[in-house]
Write a new protein. Structure first.
Ligand SMILES: [Zn+2]
Length: 235
């Protein structure tokens, strides 16, 4: 089967000139995953085309076969672009600035930012006491802002940076909003839902897989919060 031109161009941009050879080495699923990484909006038609090229048969596709291929792709472990150490430090520092806003309002100092294509599109800090609203965690505030910015409740290709390990509610919101990656500063031993008390992101049955990176610097990012609770009036 002839390789469609749209696919040829994208493959060439990744330095792949011998598709047959690449398919033998990587398989159609991994190759599609690699293309999706470079072209996040690439549709499943590319997966179907790669499958056809791999099998050498230009057969009509049944819905069952399409669904089978999509499921096979979704069951692959997710692959993500590398996140440089400097970026992690920079965005966590931005999240920490948000935590300081919370502290200024006598709130538990937790901050979060959401990054899309290198730009911060959502910021948030904990405001549960001020607003008397348990939903006003830093992550939820940042998610709301990012949703408005993108005009979309799905935050595809977004990364969230939080000073502290998210709770059960925020971990759920991160998964539902399809955030690609979560980076957090310090573990939260009492309510953390990534590692400490629950391992929400380790559940392979969830529809969306979010990469979790953290704790980045336990001593540094737990200090703000420990100092806050050292003050008896804040307990
Ligand atoms: Zn939370």
């Amino acid at each position: 089967m002839k390789i469609p031109q749209y696919l040829q161009i994208k493959l060439a941009s990744l330095g792949i000139t011998d598709l047959k050879d690449q398919l033998i080495n990587e398989g159609y699923l991994n190759l599609f995953a690699k293309l999706r990484l470079a072209y996040p909006s690439l549709g499943y038609n590319a997966l179907f085309d790669l499958y056809k090229i791999n099998t050498g048969k230009n057969i009509p596709f049944s819905n069952d076969l399409k669904q089978k291929l999509i499921l096979e792709f979704k069951s692959l472990p997710p692959i993500y672009p590398l996140l440089p150490e400097a970026s992690i430090r920079f965005y966590l520092n931005e999240a920490e600035k948000q935590a300081h806003f919370a502290l200024g309002k006598n709130e538990v100092p937790i901050g979060a930012v959401i990054v899309h294509e290198g730009k911060i599109i959502g910021k948030g800090y904990n405001q549960t006491r001020t607003k008397q609203d348990i939903l006003c965690h830093a992550e939820i505030q940042a998610i709301r802002e990012a949703q408005i910015y993108l005009d979309n409740f799905r935050l595809d290709n977004c990364d969230i940076f939080v000073t502290l390990e998210p709770c059960l509610m925020c971990s759920g919101a991160i998964i539902h909003s399809r955030i690609r990656r979560l980076v957090f500063g310090a573990l939260e031993p009492k309510t953390g839902a990534c590692i400490s008390q629950h391992q929400v992101f380790a559940n392979k049955k969830t529809n969306h897989h979010c990469q979790v990176i953290g704790p980045i610097d336990q001593a540094h990012f737990s200090e703000l919060i420990s100092n806050f609770f050292r003050e008896p009036s804040n307990l």
